[in-house]
Write a protein that binds this ligand. Structure first.
Ligand code: UDP
Ligand code: MG
Length: 315
């Protein structure tokens, strides 16, 4: 691993959705960290169709500071799409993506840049549990990572947030993956390159509330599972084979009565028949459901729709 050329240009990509009153603080904290650094910075704020005064706040920052670039999406496309818009627009040698709510500590930036300068392509921050009170989000997140790592060929770092730095080469690799259902954490693992993990403690949100409702978290998990794994299809398949075997055993069992010439003890068989019918239709529906989801994903992919639309750019 050879060190890179001195003084790379650094881009920050920050997706923002309804964070009026939060972005100013985030910006101020960022400046405290990056102003003393010798590197040239650009800050890409991607407004993901906010309905509050976020865009005005961002535009005010852009007028004041020429490092700030505001990309305005035409509507709310979701966190992963907003991140993609920022990565597409970025031009620096090292691109750091982070949240706008202060949960990704800017103090980590110098360390991330340092690791990039040493030669790493991907510097992935990993949230470490505080060990405090039980948190629903942390519990579901760790269960999710166990599941996805068990059923997908791509290993993903548990607690890896969308807080990471990527070299130009890695960003270009990511840009070559145009899929519509995006789970960037998985996609970043899939591209390879030299990567390093940097643990951090997540801070509290500066203000406002999380935009990841339960429904949105579920959709993100679905995107991850169905775009990174074919295992759900095999679950149905193996359950089907299992029940075919059961049916064969039952056939032999019934045949044994006929063989002995003693069919009078054979019950009319309503209950067993019902049981098999119910189980079999359950399995068929589940398998059909899995296939349906994959067909839906394929449908959305083949449409080749852009992942986002830009409405404006201010710098
Ligand atoms: N975000 C976005 N579009 C959305 C939802 C969220 O750009 O549709 C941004 C949000 O403004 C924040 C980041 O994505 O900067 C992470 O969102 P949030 O803090 O709500 O998620 P959490 O930290 O609770 O997982
Ligand atoms: Mg947050």
């Amino acid at each position: 691993m050879s060190p890179r050329k001195s003084k790379p240009e650094i881009d920050l990509v920050i997706p923002v959705y309804n964070e009026a009153g939060v972005v100013e603080q985030t910006y101020a904290e960022l400046c405290r960290v990056i102003d003393p650094m010798p590197h040239k910075f650009h800050i890409y704020f991607v407004d993901d169709g906010s309905e509050d005064a976020t865009v005005e706040s961002l535009n005010a920052l852009a007028r004041k500071d020429k490092r700030v670039i505001v990309l305005e999406l035409s509507r709310n496309f979701g966190h992963q799409a907003a991140l993609t818009a920022g990565l597409d627009a970025s031009q620096g040698d090292f691109v750091i993506s982070m949240d706008a709510d202060g949960q990704h500590p800017p103090e980590m930036i110098p360390q991330m840049v340092g690791l990039f300068e040493q030669g790493y392509d991907i510097v992935q921050a990993q949230r470490i549990a505080d060990g405090g009170a039980f948190s629903f989000k942390q519990a579901t997140s760790s269960a999710f990572y166990r599941l996805i790592n068990a059923i997908s060929g791509t290993q993903m770092v548990p607690g890896a947030a969308d807080f990471r730095g990527m070299s130009r080469q890695a960003v270009d690799a990511l840009k070559a993956m145009p899929e519509y259902h995006r789970f960037l954490r998985g996609m970043v693992s899939a591209i390879g390159y030299r990567s390093v993990i940097l643990p951090y403690h997540e801070s509290k949100r500066i203000a406002g509330r999380s935009k990841y409702s339960l429904g949105r978290m579920f959709r993100l998990a679905m995107d991850a599972i169905f775009s990174f794994s074919l295992v759900p299809l095999y679950i149905g398949l193996s359950a089907g084979v299992f029940f075919l075997c059961l049916a064969a055993i039952e056939m032999l069992y019934v045949y044994s009565f006929w063989f002995k010439g003693d069919t009078s003890t054979l019950a009319p068989g309503w209950s067993s028949l019902m049981f098999i019918v119910l189980i079999a239709s359950g399995i068929i529906l589940i398998v059909l459901g899995f296939i349906g989801v994959y067909v839906g994903y394929i449908f959305q992919e083949v449409k080749r729709r852009p992942i986002y639309f830009l409405k404006g750019r201010a710098e």
